[in-house]
Design a protein around this ligand. Structure first.
Ligand SMILES: Nc1ncnc2c1ncn2[C@@H]1O[C@H](COP(=O)(O)OP(=O)(O)O)[C@@H](O)[C@H]1O
Ligand SMILES: [Mg+2]
Length: 605
């Protein structure tokens, strides 16, 4: 729960405007200068055409309607023209509005796509140490909702703000042009408005923070329950968990209601301010009209213009929230983009041509966290085609050795050599091309079985895929699937049994045809019947290749050329099975234990 919870909780961190982050974000936007300019120009015309309507009204009233002394046909002709102009302006307004929305969205979606791709590509370059520090849930948020927050800032924040500014400036400009005194009076309500907005912003930020935390708690509880549904049902926790969920839900809803009590005041408050402004115009404008300083048309135009200017003021508080979330999101996204991979290719990489598969560890010490060595002075060698087995209790460092061989991490001391090349001196891609790894928990990707075996190599011919599957006895069960090799793999292959997934993984390794194979407890979750198949598959797979095999079941590794026994990250013994048994050390004890277990098992039934 802890991790998921913090992953959601961190949404609460709010941030003011940060020009450095804004500039970096804007660099993405500037890639689409054409769209940006189109959107800006369209926006300008849209807002100006909206402002034009009150102005046309003013002209209609002042020139024609309010002049009974003019001949009727002259008045009618003038009004006809103004009606046409009005329709024209409205048409421009509608068309530019539509086009502006389209271009802004297009711009936003492209920028979002680019950012998602940058983050995704960058994540792929990062070393595994990064992923062991950062929970998946948090990284997911970076690629999805944080990117969306930036998009929202672009489409409804920045652009709308620019539009609001155009509206406000144009309205104020027109008003000042006709009567500056009346303009000042109309905007007399702005100071109390600002004050109200400030207070509202502070309150709403607090409420927002509290509701976010409650939503996070509810979401974390939900995700925990969904993930652990099996356990929930097994332990019949349904009712209790429903009660808890209900409790969190009710709490959230109460918070929302309380929030509404405050936030609902704001909009009526703005309306009161607007009404006050209109009333002021009637009062003072009426007086000035009477005195002949202001025409009736101007008075009418003022009322419409004030109404138009209030819309942006009303939305300012909301825009501020959008900006804050976007800044927080930008900080987190660029934080990821600034992460440097800890495992880096050397500036001058050595070529790794036909690898024979000579693996050696020379006095390797290693720590995941500095100062906390999990491997001490490890040395062993596997000559081309040999099989080395790593044996030892859980946590003794077997997987860590494998991680170093694949260079997922770098050694602290000593060196790992493949065909005499230090793995730090060759390109990671070249190294990993030579190595296949089969883990206890096989990871299948969404796609077909064949694609999972070919592992993204789209050019791999079907015959090679099938031959690989046949070689490791996976062919039989794959053919019995509906669709055979084209059967769909859903959600990480959850519809396959552990043994079936294992066979697919073996086929995957076989198809890759590497010089070096690593099996990390690849045979652990397997029933006896499948085991016979797997044992045989393993022999085929390992034949002629260098292999590093980690297995709890010692029967799997009897025939290893070398068995390396680890304890607390140190090698305590190494040698062949028979020699180690004869030496009566740790391996002999482990072997004896398993042997007794195997003897005892049938008796216990
Ligand atoms: N990503 C990691 N970060 C920090 N410590 C780790 C990490 N992975 C493993 N360890 C620690 O390294 C030690 C060796 O682990 P590991 O190599 O996985 O053992 P084994 O595979 O033999 O069970 C353990 O003490 C484990 O807690
Ligand atoms: Mg392990």
């Amino acid at each position: 729960m802890g991790l998921t919870h913090t992953a959601f909780m961190e949404e609460d961190v709010k941030k003011g405007f940060d020009p450095r982050l804004a500039r970096r974000f804007f660099a993405y936007v500037l890639r689409y200068k054409g769209l940006l300019w189109s959107a800006t120009i369209l926006l300008f015309f849209f807002r100006i055409s909206a402002i034009a309507a009150p102005w046309i009204t003013k002209v209609a009233v002042d020139r024609y309607m309010n002049h009974p002394e003019l001949p009727l046909d002259e008045r009618l002709a003038g009004i006809h023209w103004l009606v046409l102009a009005f329709l024209g302006v409205m048409f421009v307004k509608i068309v530019t509005n539509y086009a502006e929305t389209l271009t802004t969205q297009m711009l936003g979606q492209r920028v979002m796509h680019d950012m998602r791709m940058s983050v995704f590509r960058h994540l792929q370059t990062l070393s595994l140490s990064f992923f062991s520090r950062n929970p998946v849930g948090r990284l997911m948020t970076r690629v999805t909702s944080d990117v969306s927050a930036l998009n929202e800032m672009l489409t409804s924040g920045v652009v709308a703000l620019a539009g609001d500014l155009v509206t406000l400036l144009a309205a104020i400009g027109i008003m000042l042009h006709y009567d500056w005194r009346l303009t000042l009076v109309s905007f007399a309500v702005v100071p109390p408005m600002m004050l109200g907005t400030r207070i509202f912003r502070r309150v709403s930020r607090q409420i927002y923070r509290i509701t976010r935390a409650k939503i996070a708690r509810l979401a974390a509880y939900l995700s925990e329950n969904l993930a652990g549904m099996k356990v929930v049902q097994l332990f019949r926790r349904e009712r209790e968990n429903s009660r808890r969920f209900g409790e969190y839900g009710r709490d959230l809803y109460n918070t929302h209601l309380r929030a509404t009590l405050y936030s609902a005041i704001f909009f009526p408050f703005v309306d009161v301010m607007r009404a006050t402004a209109v009333a002021l115009i009637f009062w003072y404008g009426g007086y000035r009209t009477h005195q002949g300083h202001v025409t009736l048309g101007t008075l009418i135009a003022f009322i419409s213009l004030v109404e138009l200017s209030f819309q942006p003021l009303r939305e300012l508080a909301e825009k501020y929230n959008i900006l804050q979330s976007a800044m927080a999101a930008a900080e987190k996204i660029f934080g990821i983009l600034d992460e440097k991979p800890e495992v880096l290719d050397a500036a001058q990489t050595e070529a790794l041509p036909d690898v024979k598969g000579d693996v050696s560890f020379e006095s390797v010490s290693f720590a995941y966290d500095a100062g906390n060595d999990v491997l001490h002075d490890i040395s062993f060698r596997a000559k081309p085609g040999e099989m080395v087995a790593l044996v030892g209790p859980t946590g003794s460092g077997k997987t860590s050795i494998v991680n170093l061989l694949c260079r997922f991490w770098d050694v602290r001391q000593g060196s790992v050599l493949v065909d005499g090349h230090d793995v730090r001196k060759v390109a990671q891609r070249d190294l990993r091309k030579r190595i296949a790894i089969v883990l206890q928990d096989v990871f299948l990707f969404t796609g077909t079985v064949a694609e999972n075996i070919a592992m993204g190599d789209r050019t791999m011919p079907r015959e090679r895929i099938e031959a690989a599957a046949r070689a490791v006895h996976a062919d039989g069960f794959i053919r019995s699937l509906p669709g055979g090799y084209d059967a769909r793999v859903s959600e990480r292959g959850s519809t396959f049994s552990a043994g079936q997934r294992q066979l697919i993984a073996f086929a995957r390794a076989m198809a890759a045809d590497p010089r070096i194979i690593i099996l990390d407890e690849a045979t652990s979750n397997i029933d006896t019947e499948t085991e016979i198949l797997i044992q045989d598959a393993m022999r085929t797979l390992l034949a002629g290749r260098t292999s590093v095999v980690i297995a709890h079941r010692l029967s799997t590794i009897h025939r290893a050329d070398r068995i390396v026994v680890l304890h607390h990250g140190k090698i305590v013994e190494q040698g062949k099975h028979a020699d180690l048994v004869a030496a009566k050390g740790m391996y002999a004890r482990l072997h004896e234990l398993q042997f007794e277990e195997a003897e005892a098992a049938p008796a216990a039934k």
